[in-house]
Structures are given as structure tokens and as C-alpha cells.
Design a protein around this ligand. Structure first.
Ligand SMILES: [Zn+2]
Length: 306
């Protein structure tokens, strides 16, 4: 097999960066990897909250810790209003590294499995700011209802297993083990429903009883799976919940800071071109919208469905 160097050029997908802009108080803002801010002016929830984005050298060679300046800059720019919950979708560092700090700075609850709670404890969050949920559980947070459904991580999971003790930063990247990998179902009182898939994994049939109009799908590492896996991932998520619009997340190179233009993950770890080719065909065949979100933009993917 020929080794591909470099990375996919996002310019070829320029036409996919077309999620409708938010027109009013309700908005979803993509903030890199699988960090998403959902808000309606009166309340808000956020997945992951990963803003530090330490360099590859730092992740590989030394310990990592939340970068207060980068977190402050990101929160100042996206300005979450009355953030009720911060929800790590699993506990690898590119999801959970900053979750506890964001919870602490905003007053939000940190909500997830026991592994996420142990990241919160390691960061010094008091117990009354932690909420541990089990699969199938729902929580009402302001105008949002969230439901957690156990899922799986995309292979290969570099740091598998639960986090059984508090992680005190600075820590090694490998200390942020995967923990619980969630499919998150979100429902807003406006009737908007979404599936947020934090990693390109699945448990067959796990989402069978759930519906969502929009699917935010993580695609990191998906492009290096075989075509059968990629098609099954789509079927177990998009088709199973009946989504009419798909917005792809977790395609950006997260070793680059958020104040620089996003670029795709290198071919060494993923191949977005493969994912886009297969997903474009599935979306066209099934009359499903396929989008890429624009970082920092307040968007409303439901707007084109009405
Ligand atoms: Zn992961």
C-alpha cells in the first residue's frame, strides 16, 4: 500500500461548510474536535469543552494540563450564557482535558460516567458539581433534555479502559483512558432533536429506540477503517435514529491551537477523503443533508429541515 503523506485539503469540501446560520437565540457552535455549544439565550449545554489543544510534541513527550489562557480566550469568544452542563463524550484527553476547568469557570455541572467524575475530582471540582449518569439515563438541564446511551470507541482505542482514580494534571496523555464512550441524545423545548456521537464507534442496536433529526457525527480515525465498517457506522447512527441532516465533527487536527485555521487530521492517522466519498454517496442515496460545521459560527442545522 502506498503511504500517503500530508493531509486532505479542506478546500475541496468548501460547499459542505453550509450549515444554516442561527437566526435567533438558538444556536449550535462548533469549537473543534467534538466540542459543541448548544444554547438558546436562557440556558446552554456543552460537550467536551476541549480548548487547550497541546502540541503533538507535548502530548508525546511530556505531561499535559489544561491551558488556562486558551480556555479563557475560548470562553470569552463563545460566551456561553448560563451553562448548565459540560458533558465529556469520553475521557481521552482530546475530549476531557479541560472539562472540569470549564465547569469550574462557568458554574456548570460536569456530567458523565465514573471516569469523567474522576477527571473532575483530580481537577479539584467538589462532589456537588459532579453528576454520574448510567446508560439510558436522562437529565433536564434548562431547556435541554440529555440522554446518555453507552456506545463504543472507534478502533484503535489507544488508551482503553476506565479511569478508576482521580487524574491530577499535569498528567500523561495515557492517563486519560477512554472511559465510557457515549452517544448523547439532545432534545430542546423547541422540538429540535440531535444525536451527538463523540467517537466513530457503535454498539449494534444501541440506538434502536431513539430518534433525532440532526446527527453530529465524529469521524476521527473513521477514514482508515474498511468500507464495510464506515457504512455500518452510518447505519447504526444516522439511519437508526432517522436523522435528516448530518454534521461531521472530530475531523480537525487537534494539535493545532483553535486561534489558527482548522485543518484536517493528517493521512498518518485518518483519511477524511475516504469518509467523505462514502458518506456523500450514502447521504445522496438516502436524501440526507451532509455538512461540515464552521468553527466559531453560530449555526442551526434544523433551519433547512423545516
Ligand atoms: Zn478518543
Amino acid at each position: 500500500m502506498r503511504l500517503k503523506l500530508g493531509r486532505p485539503d479542506l478546500a475541496q469540501y468548501a460547499h459542505r461548510f453550509d450549515v444554516p446560520a442561527a437566526n435567533g437565540d438558538f444556536a449550535v457552535t462548533f469549537l473543534g474536535v467534538s466540542t459543541l455549544l448548544f444554547e438558546d439565550g436562557g440556558s446552554a449545554v456543552m460537550t467536551d469543552g476541549f480548548f487547550s489543544r497541546p502540541s503533538l510534541a507535548k502530548v508525546g513527550l511530556s505531561k499535559i494540563a489544561p491551558d488556562q489562557a486558551r480556555i479563557d480566550a475560548a470562553l470569552a469568544r463563545c460566551e456561553p450564557v448560563r451553562l448548565q452542563g459540560i458533558v465529556p463524550l469520553h475521557t481521552h484527553f482530546d475530549h476531557v482535558l479541560d472539562s472540569a476547568v470549564v465547569a469550574e469557570k462557568t458554574g456548570a455541572l460536569l456530567i458523565g460516567g465514573e471516569s469523567a467524575a474522576n477527571v473532575g475530582r483530580g481537577a479539584g471540582l467538589p462532589e456537588d458539581r459532579l453528576r454520574v449518569v448510567a446508560t439510558g439515563e436522562s437529565l433536564r438541564l434548562g431547556a435541554f433534555t440529555l440522554t446518555w446511551v453507552e456506545s463504543d470507541h472507534c478502533p484503535p482505542d489507544r488508551f482503553p479502559g476506565p479511569i478508576n482514580a482521580p487524574v491530577v494534571p499535569p498528567a500523561k496523555a495515557k492517563d486519560y483512558r477512554c472511559g465510557e464512550a457515549w452517544s448523547l441524545l439532545l432534545e430542546h423545548i423547541s422540538g429540535r432533536t440531535a444525536l451527538i456521537q463523540g467517537s466513530a464507534g457503535y454498539i449494534p442496536g444501541a440506538l434502536a429506540s431513539h430518534r433525532a433529526d440532526v446527527a453530529y457525527l465524529s469521524v476521527g480515525q473513521l477514514g482508515v477503517q474498511d468500507e464495510d465498517y464506515i457504512r455500518t457506522y452510518w447505519a447504526e447512527t444516522v439511519q437508526t435514529v432517522g436523522a435528516k441532516s448530518v454534521v461531521l465533527i472530530h475531523w480537525d487536527d487537534f494539535f493545532r491551537p483553535l486561534d489558527m485555521p482548522l485543518r484536517a487530521l493528517p493521512y498518518a492517522g485518518d483519511d477524511l477523503d475516504v469518509t467523505m466519498r462514502i458518506f456523500a454517496q450514502l447521504a445522496a442515496d438516502q436524501s440526507v443533508e451532509l455538512h461540515l460545521p464552521t468553527v466559531w459560527h453560530r449555526e442551526d442545522p434544523w433551519a433547512s429541515l423545516r
